[in-house]
Design a binder for this molecule. Sequence first.
Ligand SMILES: O=c1ccn([C@@H]2O[C@H](COP(=O)(O)O)[C@@H](O)[C@H]2O)c(=O)[nH]1
Length: 235
Amino acid sequence: MAQADPADRDRLIVALDVPSVDAAEAMIARLGDSVGFYKIGYQLAYAGGLPLVEKLARAGKKVFVDLKLHDIGNTVARGVESLSSLGATFLTVHAYPQTMKAAVEARGTSGPKILAVTVLTSYDDRDLVDAGYALGVRDLVEARARQAQAIGVDGLVCSPEEAGHLRSLIGPDMTLVTPGIRPAGTAAGDQKRIMTPGKAIAAGASYLVVGRPVMEAADPKQAADAIVAEIAAAK
Ligand SMILES: O=c1ccn([C@@H]2O[C@H](COP(=O)(O)O)[C@@H](O)[C@H]2O)c(=O)[nH]1
């Protein structure tokens, strides 16, 4: 396959959802130049993976720290300060006003861009009712996006299903990062609001987060290359 344009390649963020740093480093070596942007979430961070953020950054890769912070404002602010020196590009918090305000104030000008998680992509309207919310997914995502923008959050994590609507609502400046990506023929698993890579880019996603469709593929490098090719074709 021809060398991908780095600008297209870096719109794919591969979720390093593995149980150890050794497993993460083996996958990073396997993916090689096909992937330039990685996400470190609960599983790897809690298995000693945070130092990998600095190591990847030193190797010229971008890193998204997906810890979805949510606590009292003071604790969120101190957590953001501690994470700020790692060299990550993005850091997630849940889209609650106190949490978002604390994170935006604490990240200053040199910390990671703060992304607010609107409504998890594994949730549908029924799940929100079960969790005690009166709003459905579309309305809650919209309300949280408006609050995030007013607070000065840098970007949103949403499903690609909401990307088009959010883009028209919030304008061109905020970054839209979309998990819930499923190439044609791959299993949805626990994700409920999904789209193919090409459709997500066409809908207005800035970045696509992909975990299992790459990490569990028979040939992860080929799976990543195919997603980047879809991104290039859809932009
Ligand atoms: O709403 C959200 C927020 C974060 N995620 C994370 O993205 C990846 C998706 O992995 P897949 O294997 O492609 O489903 C995973 O790390 C989640 O923690 C999300 O899915 N939805």
